[in-house]
Design a protein around this ligand. Structure first.
Ligand SMILES: [Zn+2]
Length: 103
């Protein structure tokens, strides 16, 4: 279990608890606190989705590194690295693409 997976589970649990409190507030006609709690639910759900994505990336990178250590050629991941997509291919860090040989 990666740290990202633990964060995902914690954020999901927090979102469930806040959602239950939101429903309880609405049931008692406490709309202002319910609005704040609903915002908290949205933030925690976004965090859970983000951590889930990071967990899957970490697992894929670990499997890629394992295959490389065994001498296999697993091919680059998609996206190849965290900087690759954001920089539109201009910069790479800890990249899974094969290095470009300059002639
Ligand atoms: Zn890259």
């Amino acid at each position: 279990m990666t740290t990202h997976r633990r964060y995902e589970l914690a954020a999901t649990a927090g979102a469930v608890i806040l959602a239950a409190l939101t429903v309880a507030c609405v049931y008692r006609s406490l709309y202002a606190p319910a609005l704040g709690l609903a915002l908290g639910v949205a933030v925690l759900l976004e965090a859970a989705v983000r951590e889930r994505r990071r967990h899957h990336r970490a697992v894929a990178e670990a499997e890629w590194a394992r295959q490389r250590a065994l001498g296999l050629d697993p091919g680059p991941l998609d996206p190849c690295c965290l900087l690759g997509r954001d920089s539109r291919g201009a910069a790479h860090s800890n990249c899974t693409r094969p290095p470009v040989e300059e002639s």
